[in-house]
Design a protein around this ligand. Structure first.
Ligand code: FE2
Ligand code: FE2
Length: 316
């Protein structure tokens, strides 16, 4: 078995690849609220922005190594750089003109096609719509107040917290979104702790050759699942009228792109394996496992936000 197949399995068997959040996104019987989806979208904005821009830094790292390499290592670095540049270039919206044109993105200028910007545009539509809806919003703990005092206290705390989050969505200044990053985002009060853990790990890993390969492998193996889950989720909240085709361009273009990225990142694993040799395999495997774990926690966080932590099997 090729090393990349082992590594693929590490991701596939983790909660990063399949989880309650994805299942709930596909389950039409699950009720969703626009405030919660808006919150989720803000969290994903940070992940996709820091991933996409850190990938560009990783290209530079590979280029620097290649400049001073020779022989077999130079050849491998050259291949790694090309694979990385293809994925990271896609994330800047470079190339694939027809794909954008066919999915409502014909008018988007090049400097607005950066993928995190496309996601940000859809997020702005969500924020605006969430802010248009009038109070009051639904009572968060459902019917009746629990009799048990401890339970009641917990329910009220949850309700208070939810009310505070809803208020923060209402108060969010849309002009603030483009400048949002992992260092200033806590001011929004809307970012989940798992988002910080995930994003800072992605940033760290992209500063080393083996770490970057691990990030790509993890992200690109689950990316298709992410996009189809988000698509179903947005269909439910948008109910066909809220989003324009332009808003949904991020989701549509990624469906075909992620299939390619999956193949490209898998070949990067085999290239890294040749570069470092077999003794290095545990290092890459550990990184992929840990990144998958962080993604799993992130989806659990998003499941808490959007689906109140409901598991995929309805509890009776
Ligand atoms: Fe992308
Ligand atoms: Fe991708």
């Amino acid at each position: 078995m090729k090393f990349s197949e082992d590594i693929d399995n590490v991701v596939r068997e983790s909660n990063a690849f399949d989880n309650d959040f994805f299942a709930n996104c596909h389950d039409e019987s699950r009720k969703v609220h626009i405030n919660d989806i808006t919150r989720m979208a803000l969290n994903w904005y940070l992940v996709t922005k820091h991933f996409g821009l850190s990938a560009q830094e990783y290209d530079a790292l590979l280029a620097r190594r290649l400049k001073y390499a020779s022989g077999k290592k130079a050849k491998i670095l050259q291949d790694l750089l090309v694979e990385s540049a293809m994925i990271s270039g896609d994330d800047l919206g470079i190339g694939h003109e027809r794909l954008y044109t066919e999915n409502g993105g014909a008018e988007i200028p090049h400097n607005e096609k950066l993928h995190y910007k496309l996601w940000g545009d859809m997020t702005k539509t969500l924020i605006k719509r969430a802010q248009d809806i009038r109070w009051p919003i639904s009572f968060p703990y459902g019917y009746g107040v629990p009799e048990d005092e401890a339970e009641r206290k917990k329910a009220f705390e949850k309700a208070d917290n939810k009310e505070r989050q809803d208020q923060l969505v209402k108060d969010f200044d849309i002009g603030y979104l483009d400048g949002l990053n992992i260092l200033n985002a806590s001011a929004t009060g809307l970012i989940h702790s798992s988002t910080y853990d995930l994003v800072s790990r992605i940033e760290d890993e992209f500063t080393s050759l083996e770490g970057g390969v691990a990030v790509y492998q993890t992200v690109e193996s689950i990316a298709y699942n992410i996009v189809v889950a988000y698509s179903d989720l947005m269909k439910r909240v948008g109910s066909g009228e809220m989003f324009t085709e332009r808003d949904l361009v991020y989701l549509e273009i990624h469906k075909p792109l992620e299939k390619d990225h999956d193949t490209q990142s898998t070949s990067m694993i085999d290239l890294a394996d040749r570069y470092f040799g077999q003794r290095y395999r545990p290092v890459i495997e550990t990184k992929v496992r840990e990144l998958s774990g962080l993604f799993g926690q992130f989806w659990e966080g998003m499941n808490d936000i959007v689906f109140k932590g409901e598991t995929r099997e309805p509890t009776s």
